[in-house]
Design a binder for this molecule. Structure first.
Ligand SMILES: [Zn+2]
Length: 370
């Protein structure tokens, strides 16, 4: 068995994929399935409880995710009450409150259809396929109120597993299906392709989007970021078949600036840099937890002290996220360079705001988050 890719059809009257915009009173949906949503679906199929999810997620998150948006769906609102019978108080006139339930709004995608490809370890792909064919708990499309209208896999009209060298080829392998009432097939469909696990020093395409949808656990706060590249796949005009035959010419792999973090010489220089910076982040003077390359020209053990800077986690994340947006080459952001100062401060504030939003969301009772 060398089938490394699972292909899932996510189609139903309603879907809702909470994303980083989700707030307490207004729960929006993302435009496409999120990685944490698909992980929730896998865990339900395997019968892994929220409390036990952490270990499975460590393995599942290694799978790379691609989504083909066959029908983007129509956004639709519903309302929902929260907190009835829980001594919650809601606003009344003149600044007073009274006991009652809170109205919240939920957003859904109506009549959307997605083809999701998950790629990685062949054994894991095999196990997930079996679990989804015989799920322990029901699987749903983002929220419990969103059942699927088609089996996710195991149908005769679409393959559900295969061996592909990349996600794009996997998503191209399944024909786009015309439905009764469709006049013409669209001339193309959008794909969202996960950029391979960002190693520090990889050059991510400048137009890569940052999606905060990687869950390390379902009961502690915080989603981590991954990078998603958007691509349009063409469909022959007026034809219902074939999202093109696989193209042989790939986009060439981007140049990779690599460091060798296990290299003894590098370890030594890293240590020297930390000592030179008194163990403090060069940007905010918090204790440093990491050392950043500001150039990879001598990476791999030949680094000069000038090539490195000590940073705390927060400043490191801020700098790295700014860099990803810029598609930089060997030379990177020097956090001490004043031209980046305001940008780093802004990005740090964004990260802090995002984390506190996540913390608030995780404090809700299970029945409030569904
Ligand atoms: Zn810092």
């Amino acid at each position: 068995m060398s089938e490394n890719t699972l292909l899932l059809r996510l189609e139903g009257p309603l879907q809702s994929w909470g994303d980083q915009e989700s707030k307490f009173v207004v729960r929006r949906t993302g435009q496409a399935p999120t990685k944490s949503g698909i992980m929730g679906l896998f865990c339900a199929a395997m019968g892994v409880s929220r409390a036990d999810a952490r270990k499975r997620l460590a393995q599942l998150n290694d799978l790379r995710m691609g989504v083909r948006v066959d029908r983007s769906g129509v956004r639709w609102w519903d309302y929902h009450t929260v907190g009835a019978g829980m001594q919650m108080r809601i606003a009344e006139r003149e600044g007073k409150t009274k006991p009652g339930a809170m109205l919240t709004r939920r957003e859904y995608l109506c009549d959307a259809s997605f083809l999701v490809a998950m790629q990685g370890d062949c054994d894991l792909i095999g196990q997930l396929r079996v679990a989804l064919l015989h799920p322990v708990w029901p699987v749903y499309l983002g929220r419990k109120s969103c059942p699927a209208s088609l089996p996710l896999l195991g149908r005769k009209d679409e393959p559900d597993v295969g061996e592909f060298s990349d996600l794009e080829l996997a998503l191209r392998s399944v024909p786009w299906r015309r439905r009764t009432g469709d006049e013409l097939a669209p001339d193309g469909v959008d794909c969202l392709l996960e950029w391979p696990a960002a190693q520090l020093g990889d050059v991510t395409p400048g137009d890569a989007e940052v999606w905060y949808d990687v869950a390390r656990s379902f009961d502690v706060p915080g989603h981590e970021a991954r990078f998603v590249v958007r691509k349009r796949l063409s469909i022959g005009v007026g034809k219902e078949i074939a999202v093109g035959t696989p193209r042989q010419s790939h986009t060439p792999a981007p140049p990779r600036a690599r460091a060798d973090y296990g290299n003894t010489e590098y370890r030594k220089r890293r240590q020297q840099r930390l000592e030179a910076d008194d163990g403090l982040c060069v940007f905010c003077k918090s204790p440093a937890t990491t050392v950043q390359h500001i150039t990879y020209r001598r990476a791999g053990g030949d680094e000069a002290q000038e090539d490195l800077r000590s940073l705390c986690r927060l400043c490191h994340d801020a700098v790295t996220m700014i860099e990803y947006g810029l598609g930089m080459g060997l030379d990177r952001i020097n956090p001490e360079d004043l031209q980046y100062r305001d940008q780093i401060i802004r990005k740090r504030a964004e990260i802090i705001a995002f984390r506190s939003l996540e913390t608030r969301r995780r404090r809700l009772k299970p029945e409030e988050v569904e």
